[in-house]
Design a protein around this ligand. Structure first.
Ligand SMILES: Cc1ncc(COP(=O)(O)O)c(C=O)c1O
Length: 436
């Protein structure tokens, strides 16, 4: 098919809700490591990595060799038969969860399903129904996952399932309580106590949150936030579920899981995306007594699939063998420095935030009013494309540039990225000044 035929077929045969970035959709034909190519043969530096999914580089040779071998050996059995790749993956994950405490896994195919499974397990374990999530969060596209999600534009379909409430997140740049850290004494976290007492029955099943809110705009809480929340949630009988769909597997730098940056050991971790490096996988890993409470018949046809389980274990081994958690911390700090330099140059950048190789810049019309610069964000994305750079977009108002490259990039890739993004910001700023 030609590029035009692909775009036309997309319009004719896909739900229009399958939206694409850019005015003219980018048709990607192939990819390798940190690069992707379009249908016209142009090469792009990929600093979004799918949507935070390409953890060890596109078409990673070490991972794909194992996948190809497994594909020719055993492709499918479903969860009703045992298979070695699933067992080996579960054992590998049990060895790296925080404190070694989360040792039993349930595999599915997506982050959405991983969160569904976590909610089910928490309800079975506690006998309670109500769930607390955070405002500005994103947790997936099923009915339950949309009810968890604290961002109205991602909550489609009208009536949401009952039993979900949303607490204050630590969006310090736009503090919901109009306070300033650290003199605020992290009131947003402390509010959880009153929120649970006033807005729930007082017996909750779980609190579920992303350590860093990805889709919400890489919102990164201060160091005390989750520890305070964790104490309150425990007091009301709830489990702590960490949604590590974006933050897992070393992305935040130096640790396997994002929540470890806050010194909290959760009861359940969910993940997906970067675990498979592009192979569809969902993971719910829990303390054994929580996992054991999910009794009764339940299956996942493709959960623990031998091919995807092989891919996921190969990804974890690759991250470990190549010390990519360290690279995420070091190259992430280098990247952060470059973004801060751009902030010093361009007033349109209101804040730079994130951890490791999960960074972002929030664009504003001016730093005083902090009015979200929505059009300019779109313009930067388009301009970056012209400059052969792929970056992501996010935030409640769509004014956050997300930067989440593969974990095995080097500092010279960051230099290349910085040149291209700087040029894009300059072009957009100049255009704005010319039309002002
Ligand atoms: C934090 C988080 N949780 C859950 C999901 C849902 O994952 P999936 O799209 O694989 O269902 C996403 C997807 O972006 C996510 O970012």
């Amino acid at each position: 098919m030609t590029k035009e035929e692909i775009i036309l077929a997309n319009q004719q045969y896909l739900f229009p809700s399958v939206f694409h970035y850019y005015k003219d959709p980018l048709v990607v034909t192939h990819a390798k490591d940190q690069f992707v190519w379009d249908a016209d043969g142009n090469q792009y530096l990929d600093f979004f990595g799918g949507i935070v999914t390409v953890s060890v580089g596109h078409c990673n040779e070490t991972v794909n060799k194992k996948v190809h071998e497994q594909m020719d050996k055993l492709q499918h059995v479903s969860t009703v038969f045992a298979n070695e790749p699933q067992a080996a993956l579960a054992k590998r994950i049990a060895g790296i969860t925080p404190g070694g405490k989360l040792t039993k896994s349930f595999f599915t195919n997506s982050g959405t399903e991983a969160n569904e499974t976590a909610i089910l397990a928490a309800r079975c374990y506690t006998g309670s129904h109500e769930i607390v999530a955070l405002r500005h969060s994103y947790h997936g596209r099923s009915a339950v996952a949309m009810a968890l999600t604290g961002n109205a534009s991602w909550r489609l379909g009208g009536a949401a399932p009952s039993g979900f409430v949303h607490a204050l997140n630590a969006y310090c740049y736009r503090c919901p309580l109009h306070l300033t850290y650290p003199s605020c004494n992290v009131q947003c976290a402390r509010d959880m106590d009153e929120m649970i007492r006033t807005s729930t029955s007082g017996r909750i099943a779980a609190f579920l949150a992303e350590p860093i809110q990805g889709v919400g705009g890489v919102i990164t809480p201060p160091k005390e936030y989750f520890e305070i929340i964790s104490g309150i949630v425990k007091k009301f009988g709830g489990l702590f579920i960490s949604d590590e769909v974006q933050t897992g597997w070393g992305r935040s730098g130096g640790k396997w899981f994002g929540i470890e940056q806050w010194g909290v050991i959760p009861d359940i971790i969910t993940s997906a995306k970067g675990l498979g490096n592009g192979s569809p996988i969902g993971l719910t890993v829990a303390r054994p007594e929580v996992a054991d409470a999910l009794k009764g018949t339940t299956i996942s046809t493709f959960g623990g699939n031998p091919v995807t389980a092989t891919a996921a274990k190969a990804v974890i081994d690759y991250i470990d063998d190549h010390k990519l958690m360290i690279n995420a911390a070091e190259t992430g700090a280098y990247l952060r420095g470059k973004l801060e330099e751009m902030k010093a140059k361009y007033p349109i950048i209101g804040e730079v935030r994130g951890m490791g190789l999960m960074q972002a810049m929030e664009l504003v019309e001016d730093r005083e009013s902090k009015k979200p610069a929505v059009e300019a964000t779109l313009a930067v994305l388009e301009m970056a494309r012209e400059n052969r750079l792929l970056i992501g977009k996010g935030g409640t108002w769509g004014n956050v540039i997300r930067v989440t490259p593969p974990l095995n990039i080097s500092k010279s890739d960051v230099d290349d990225f910085a040149l291209r993004l700087d040029a894009s910001l300059k072009q957009v700023t100049q255009k704005q000044m010319a039309t002002a």
